[in-house]
Design a protein around this ligand. Structure first.
Ligand code: R5P
Length: 293
C-alpha cells in the first residue's frame, strides 16, 4: 500500500511552457505512435487548428430517447456539416448515420447501466475490437469512474480497450465521468485525467473546471471538454471559449447542441470558437445572425 501520509502537493505545472514532445505530429502525446494511430488521430484533430468539434449523441446508451435525440435520423444529418467527429453508439451510427460522410467516428464501447440505476459506475466493454475495425472507428470511447464503486471494472475496460487498440492502431478516448459523489474540482480532474492518460488513453474527455490550464499541462494527451447539462446558448459558448482558451483541444458537446432551439446554428457557432479563434461574444453574435437570417 502506498504511503499517502504527507504526500507533497503538486504545483510545478509550468503552464506557460508548451508541451515538449510535440513535433512533427500535431496531436499532443502522439509523436511516437505509428502511422495507423496518427491517421486516425488526424481524422479527429484538424492539422491547422489542431482542434476538434465532436458531437456527442451517445446519451441513449443509458438514457434511452433523450430530449432532443428522439429522432437521430433527423438530427444527425442536420448537424453533420459543422462537426469533425461523431461520438455515438454502434447502434445509433449504423442505423442513422450515412456511411458516405467523411466524419471521424468516436465509437462508444462501454455500457451496462441505465438511468434507472442508483449507481451508474458499473460498465462492461461491450464492443469487440473486430466490430470497431469494421466500423472504421477513429477512437474507442471508454467511460471511466475514478473514485466510484465501479472504478476497478472501468479501468479494466479501459486497459482492455487500450490493449486491443494498440494491436490494431485504433486510439482510445478515456471519458472521465463525474458521479453524484465525485467532486468537480481541479484536484479531482487532475487525478482522473492523469490516471486515464497513464493507462494509455490517447484522448481524454472531461469537464472544464477552475485551474483548467493546470489540468491540461499535467495531462500528456489532448483534452476535449464535455458540455454537460443544457445551458443558455450564451453560457454554453462561454464554456467552449474558456475551455479552448485554457488549452482544451476541442469540445465534445451533446445537450448544449441538440437541446438548443437552434442546434445547427449552435454547432456552427461552437465551430467558430474551436477552429477560427472566435471568442464567446463573437460566437454568440454569429449564432444570433444565423438564427435571424
Ligand atoms: C456521457 O457519458 C456521454 O459520454 C456524453 O457523450 C457526454 O456527457 C457529453 O454530452 P453532454 O455534452 O450532453 O454532457
Amino acid at each position: 500500500m502506498a504511503d499517502l501520509d504527507g504526500v507533497k502537493v503538486a504545483h510545478n505545472y509550468y503552464t506557460e511552457v508548451p508541451f515538449k514532445n510535440n513535433k512533427p505530429f500535431h496531436v499532443k502525446g502522439a509523436n511516437n505512435l505509428d502511422w495507423g494511430m496518427k491517421k486516425h488521430l488526424s481524422n479527429i484533430f484538424d492539422e491547422t487548428s489542431q482542434n476538434t468539434v465532436m458531437f456527442a449523441f451517445d446519451h441513449g446508451y443509458f438514457m434511452g430517447a433523450a430530449a432532443g435525440l428522439e429522432r437521430l435520423d433527423l438530427v444527425v444529418p442536420k448537424i453533420l456539416p459543422y462537426v469533425d467527429v461523431l461520438m455515438g453508439t454502434r447502434g445509433a451510427i449504423r442505423s442513422c448515420v450515412p456511411a458516405s460522410g467523411k466524419k471521424g467516428i468516436a465509437l462508444r464501447t462501454t455500457s451496462g447501466s441505465s438511468m434507472l440505476d442508483e449507481d451508474l459506475s458499473h460498465e462492461i466493454l461491450a464492443v469487440d475490437i473486430e466490430d470497431a475495425i469494421r466500423m472504421n472507428a477513429d477512437c474507442l470511447a471508454v467511460q471511466t469512474f475514478i473514485g466510484a464503486d465501479g472504478q476497478l471494472s472501468s479501468l479494466d475496460n479501459l486497459s482492455k480497450a487500450v490493449n486491443s487498440g494498440i494491436r490494431y492502431s485504433i486510439p482510445v478516448m478515456g471519458v472521465v465521468a463525474v458521479g453524484k459523489q465525485m467532486e468537480r474540482t481541479d484536484r479531482f480532474f487532475k487525478l482522473a485525467t492523469r490516471i486515464v492518460a497513464e493507462l494509455g488513453a490517447n484522448i481524454i474527455k472531461t469537464y472544464y473546471c477552475e485551474n483548467f490550464e493546470e489540468v491540461v499541462a499535467a495531462c500528456p494527451v489532448p483534452i476535449v471538454v464535455a458540455g454537460g447539462k443544457k445551458l443558455p446558448e450564451k453560457e454554453a459558448l462561454l464554456l467552449a471559449y474558456l475551455s479552448i482558451s485554457h488549452g482544451a483541444k476541442g469540445v465534445d458537446m451533446g445537450r448544449n447542441i441538440f437541446q438548443s432551439e437552434n442546434p445547427v446554428e449552435m454547432c456552427a457557432a461552437v465551430r467558430k470558437i474551436v477552429h477560427e479563434g472566435f471568442n464567446d461574444k463573437e460566437a454568440f453574435e454569429y449564432y444570433q445572425e444565423m438564427v435571424h437570417h
